[in-house]
Design a protein around this ligand. Structure first.
Ligand code: P53
Length: 478
């Protein structure tokens, strides 16, 4: 008997802008991902003022799934996936974001894709907004700092809920909605919310305003979705990076607790339907001028999500500064230190399988809704051998160790878990760095950081391994 229920959703995860390509195909508009250049471990991605000639925009062509989806779905089927998590590129449906009528060709693409997945018995799991809002909404409205964005998003949600109501059951509203809170940097404000901070503007206030409008939009989408099809399961999606104290010094322990709040405050808002007390108090103390109305509060309460989707890659270790008063967010004083008990990926992300069990228990203790691990994985350089094979035992080890801990959480700790979709099941463009060579996939794609390659797909050793894991419902991890 398996520890996992028989309908456990083994799958793979991606996001439209990171793998579809076809950035201007069939009427698609420019998205915020289309104005981000390639970077690497040392070089940050730049946000350009519109699409500029001569720049390298890796998301424009990505891995060209848009034109190759049939072959790729065949591979997913061979892998044995029960579900496939992707997003709907908002700018395929509403190219500028504020149109009256949706773009039929964009809608048709996802009809064809979902039909194809369903024909292969693969359940689509769909994120509505995954770092890819129409760029026009940034230019004309200032992104999510503008309340009008709620209306545009809700319209988009309604159109796709209506259209795919008989094809898609599992939805999520905003991908890693809390990244902007935890990172509070130029990249996260732009990718999460389309915010470009004006000189002199209080970026923390702008971010909380944007996150609030997103939470309201999410709650409205949940309500509308449930009226369109009462079987819909609509979740939130948060990035979970457990924060450990550097020492048993109570100041470090409390600082770590404060940093944890950045992980979960938006889960509180979306699962419980209201802001946590520490944050209401923080807003007042900081004298933020936030547009949060009584009607908004009713909406939040009426639009609670059905489950928590979350990403888990790594944990963090935090040290309190001596003279610093510990508060919810302390700008520019992020004393993250290395965890000497763990190994790191080539990109410096700490590898902590037990942290996944910790995260599952943490969520399960705080919230009474099922959980869904919708991202987890190892970004690594892969080497293609002379004969074309790729021996990615490091990736197999990573996934195996995380699945072992996930299993303990289910079997021993009683965590209610819906499924597991490793990130970037097919190699794709990294969100953080814009690289192709930060690879997560069990399927290799022949393309490098300069954009060169045949785009041919091939199976890594992890492909057969993961296939066996799925076939045995998580029992055979050898
Ligand atoms: P990449 C951190 C930094 C950037 C994006 O990340 C992140 C995280 C993790 O919290 O978010 C997710 O590609 C995101 C995906 C992304 C994946 O992590 O920088 O939802 O879009 O690709 C992995 O290695």
């Amino acid at each position: 008997m398996s520890a996992f229920p028989k309908d456990f959703l083994w799958g793979g995860a991606v996001a439209a802008h990171q793998f579809e390509g076809g950035w201007s195909a069939d009427g698609k508009g420019i998205s915020i991902a289309d104005v981000m250049t390639a970077g690497d471990n040392q070089t940050k991605r730049r946000i350009t003022d519109g699409v500029q000639p001569g720049e390298n925009y890796p998301n424009h062509d990505a891995i060209d799934f848009y034109h190759r989806y049939k072959d790729d779905v065949e591979l997913f089927s061979e892998l044995g996936l029960k579900c496939f998590r992707t997003s709907i590129a908002w700018s395929r449906i509403f190219p500028k974001g504020d149109e009256e009528q949706p773009n039929e060709k964009g809608l048709q693409f996802y009809d064809d894709l979902f039909d194809d997945l369903l024909a292969h018995h693969i359940e689509p799991v769909i994120t509505l907004s995954h770092f890819e809002m129409p760029y026009h909404l940034v230019q004309a409205y200032g992104g999510w700092r503008n309340r009008k964005l709620i209306g545009f998003f809700v319209k988009f949600a309604k159109v796709v809920f209506d259209r795919y109501k008989d094809k898609v059951k599992y939805w999520m509203t905003f991908n890693e909605i809390n990244n902007q809170v935890g990172m509070l940097n130029e990249w996260s404000l732009f990718t999460n919310s389309g915010l470009i901070i004006h000189p002199g503007e209080n970026k923390e206030q702008a971010m909380f305003q944007a996150a609030h409008y997103e939470a309201v939009a999410s709650a409205l989408a949940v309500q509308i979705g449930h009226t369109i099809n009462s079987d819909f399961k609509i979740g939130c999606m948060v990035a979970m990076g457990p924060v450990y104290p550097a020492t048993p010094n109570p100041n470090d322990v409390f600082k770590a607790e404060r940093m944890m709040q950045t992980n979960y405050y938006l889960a509180d808002v979306q699962v419980k339907g209201h802001y946590p007390a520490f944050l209401e108090h923080y807003f007042a103390r900081r004298q933020f001028n936030l547009d949060i109305t009584l009607e908004d509060r009713d909406v939040l309460l009426a639009g609670k999500v059905d489950y928590i989707g979350f990403s888990y890659y790594a944990s963090h270790v935090i040290k309190a500064a001596d003279e610093e008063p510990t508060d919810f967010i302390t700008l520019g004083s992020n004393q993250e230190i290395k965890n000497t008990t763990l190994h790191r990926s080539d990109w410096g992300w700490e590898i902590d399988p037990v942290g996944l069990r910790y995260a599952l228990n943490w969520f399960s203790d705080r919230y009474d809704v099922p959980l869904f691990i919708v991202e987890n994985g190892l970004g690594a350089f892969d080497k293609v051998e002379e004969n074309g094979s790729i021996h990615d035992d490091y990736r197999i080890d990573y996934l195996r160790q995380h699945i072992e801990q996930m299993k303990l959480a289910v079997e021993v700790d009683g965590v209610k878990l819906m499924g597991y979709t490793p990130w970037g099941i097919i190699d794709l463009v990294s969100a953080g760095t814009g690289q192709m060579e930060k690879r997560y996939g069990v399927i290799y794609v022949d393309k490098d950081d300069q954009g060169k390659g045949t785009l041919a797909r091939s199976k890594k050793d992890s492909f057969d391994w993961f296939h066996k894991v799925i076939q045995s419902n998580g029992e055979d991890l050898t």
